[in-house]
Design a protein around this ligand. Structure first.
Ligand code: 9MJ
Length: 669
């Protein structure tokens, strides 16, 4: 047989087995048989290098390690989901949707909630070209090489779609997780706590050859941007389309009607949970009709048309050995339970939060008690309640310290707050350490290698007091520290140097201003465009920023009122921290700001007025006549002279499907 023919056969057969294994949970052949086919293909390709193609299964073996992952801005945001923890919260969700849409019953697409990592897969002309993690929803990390090794991810779609983003979740099947831990144990290497951690650890490998040995899986749950084919206007049909393209979609996805349909699905999947080949932490409900989804829109970064209904957190009993008070980055004193180690929610837990003093009183938690500890997914484990029937006779009451347990400063508590706070600010070593860890964290300045232990040493030895001091570190100082070798010291200095080139948003976030999280920092950076503009902004100016209210404005003012904070900012700039400043965006900056549209002909889905309203809401101008300045002409049925004019001037013309797709893209992911 001709090599090219056999190669094509082998590729098809191998991909078919991948699909059966990862999607249908029904491996067609034993691993050894699969390996034989794979080796035959490798041998043939080695003999005929001209026949090797980027989408061959042999290309899933990983490549040279990267130095770091590049950042990828998402062309359409990757949303997160709001959660519901009870039937009642689901009822409220359904009622709100019915009322907003003005209909008696809603059709929902329902899906398992995969407990993995969200990724986006970019295909051009049907070929997988780029994959990225969710990151903060607007920018992720380029993990293309790692995703290429995931056999469940098609390297080529069954149709050559021009440009499409597939959204889904990377996870590890339970069976593969068990096998992986067997291997880790046999090699004397660290075992993973649960499939999610194993998947996360494998996906974030700079060396994709390691990822290739980890057998990750993938399930799609949506389509981001799509160009080159009109989407069907219903979520379930989009899922069918993905299946048709060869993308894995979970078998459990379904369409139901009304609240009873939602809760029925929740119970059904709950009963199936243990028998599923992958871990799930709940189910997801989405309004099925895409036009209705658009009508409902978003709150903040989560869609109003979807919700995750989470399974209850796992609970176990253990002994409360003691209560320690920790001081956080903003000075909040948090009582932390020290526990007899216990396995819960997929990990071994030795600490759990007790939130604050009032919670300890309310739950009547005493040292020595038998306590019920709860942990769900990624959240911090907490002490849910005391098992009073198991209370020993010799329990002790917890007493809140009257000064900061770390620096001895006075502690205070605002009337409307549950937490006591240390008033020491950056005088308090605990706050200083936390501030530095936050500054160096991945989403802030991203200084790899600056972990708890090192920060502890640097602060305790007074080598580093403020973030600016990090940029003054020298090799000799570092290698004088205990347990610090020359190689680690050099790596750290390189990471610090690398962190100097950042973005304004990261810099603002890194400062650790109270109530200024990542998304607010982004909004501030976007709005003000430069740090100097931000530094002179008063409360009124600040409140012009999207999502900024009096609380954030006050936090900013408090932060900037401290001379030492301004001093640190100045020192950081002098140390060479920089970013590209961009033009400030007007407060009304919207996806289509500055774009001029002309509508012509008859539209089928929207009326002309609705289309105009939609465009204006997105910041576009809608004009009556076509000129060179026109960005797009939207041509419905029987479009006449305006369409001709557009062609004449070379203005981009959209048909209604393309237009709907485009307005959908900017608001729906
Ligand atoms: C998960 N994690 O299984 C979504 N998800 O949809 C499902 N996540 C999602 N859908 C929009 N099934 C944003 C996130």
């Amino acid at each position: 047989m001709e090599a090219a023919v056999r190669i094509a056969q082998l590729r098809t057969e191998i991909e078919r087995h991948n699909y059966r294994y990862y999607v249908q949970d029904d491996p067609g052949i034993p691993d050894a048989e699969y390996d034989k086919l794979f080796r035959e293909l490798q041998t043939l390709e080695a003999q005929h290098p001209e026949l090797v193609s980027a989408d061959s299964p042999t290309q899933r073996v990983g490549s040279k390690p990267l130095k770091s992952f590049a950042e990828v801005p998402h062309r359409t945001p990757m949303l997160s989901l709001n959660n519901a923890f009870s039937d009642e919260e689901v009822r409220v969700f359904d009622t709100r949707i019915r009322e907003a849409l003005g209909i008696p019953e809603v059709e929902y697409a329902v899906e398992p909630k995969f407990d993995g990592l969200a990724v986006t897969l970019g295909y051009r002309d049907g070929v997988f070209v780029q994959g990225a993690t969710r990151g903060d929803g607007s920018t992720g990390e380029d993990v293309t090489e790692n995703l290429r090794t995931v056999r469940a991810i098609p390297l080529r779609l069954n149709e050559a779609i021009k440009d499409v983003e597939v959204r889904g979740e990377v996870l590890m099947l339970k069976a593969d997780f068990i096998k992986l831990n067997d291997v880790q144990r046999a090699r004397g290497e660290k075992e993973f706590a649960n499939p999610r951690n194993a998947a996360a650890g494998s996906l974030r490998q700079l060396d994709s050859r390691i990822t290739a040995n980890r057998r990750l899986s993938f399930f799609a749950y949506g389509i981001g941007l799509c160009d080159g084919v009109a989407l069907p206007g219903r979520h379930d049909r989009e899922m069918d389309l993905l299946r048709h393209w060869g993308v894995p979609v979970a078998r459990q996805c379904r369409v139901v009607r009304g609240l009873d349909g939602l809760l029925g699905f929740y119970r059904e999947i709950g009963a199936l949970r243990a028998a599923l080949p992958f871990d799930i932490d709940g189910v997801v409900y989405k309004v099925n009709d895409i036009a209705q989804q658009r009508q409902l829109g978003f709150v903040s970064r989560a869609p109003r048309f979807a919700i995750a209904h989470k399974f209850p957190a796992e609970e176990v009993m253990t002994t409360l050995l003691g209560i320690e008070v920790q001081v956080g980055r903003t000075g909040a004193l948090t009582p932390v339970a020290r526990l007899a180690p216990v396995f819960v929610g997929g990990v071994t837990v030795t600490n759990a939060t007790l939130h604050n003093e009032d919670e300890i009183r309310r739950k009547d938690v005493r040292i020595g008690d038998a306590v019920i500890v709860r942990r769900a997914g990624d959240v911090i484990p907490e002490v849910a309640r005391v098992a009073l029937e198991h209370r020993p006779a010799d329990v002790r009451e917890f007493v809140m310290p009257i000064t900061c347990p770390v620096c001895g400063s006075h502690i205070s508590r605002q009337e409307d707050e549950a937490a006591w706070r240390c008033t020491g600010g950056l005088f308090c070593p605990a706050q200083r350490k936390q501030a530095l860890l936050h500054f160096a964290s991945r989403r802030a300045m991203n200084i790899e290698g600056l972990g708890d232990k090192l920060v502890e040493q640097l602060v305790d030895t007074h080598i580093v007091n403020t973030p600016a001091d990090l940029y003054k570190l020298r090799l000799l100082k570092l290698i004088a520290l205990e347990r610090m070798g020359e190689k680690s010291a050099l790596n750290l200095l390189a990471a610090i140097e690398l962190s100097k080139h950042t973005t304004l948003a990261r810099f603002i976030y890194a400062l650790g201003i109270r109530n200024v999280g990542e998304s607010t920092a982004k909004d501030l950076a976007q709005h003000f465009g430069s740090l100097d503009n931000l530094l002179v902004a008063d409360a009124d100016a600040l409140q012009q920023v999207r999502d900024v209210g009096p609380v954030v404005a006050q936090s900013m003012a408090d932060f900037l009122a401290e001379a030492h904070n301004r001093e640190v900012i100045q020192q950081l700039r002098e140390a060479g921290v920089y970013w590209a400043e961009h033009q400030p965006q007007p407060a009304t900056s919207l996806p289509f700001s500055g774009k001029i549209f002309v509508l012509t002909g008859t539209l089928a889905v929207l009326t002309r007025d609705e289309a105009k309203e939609k465009l204006e809401a997105l910041g576009a101008k809608v004009s009556g006549s076509v000129s060179k300045k026109t960005d797009y002409v939207v041509a419905g049925a029987e479009a006449g002279s305006k369409l001709d004019k557009a062609h004449e001037l070379g203005v981009a013309v959209l048909d209604e499907a393309e237009f709907m797709n485009m307005v959908g893209q900017v608001s729906v992911a």
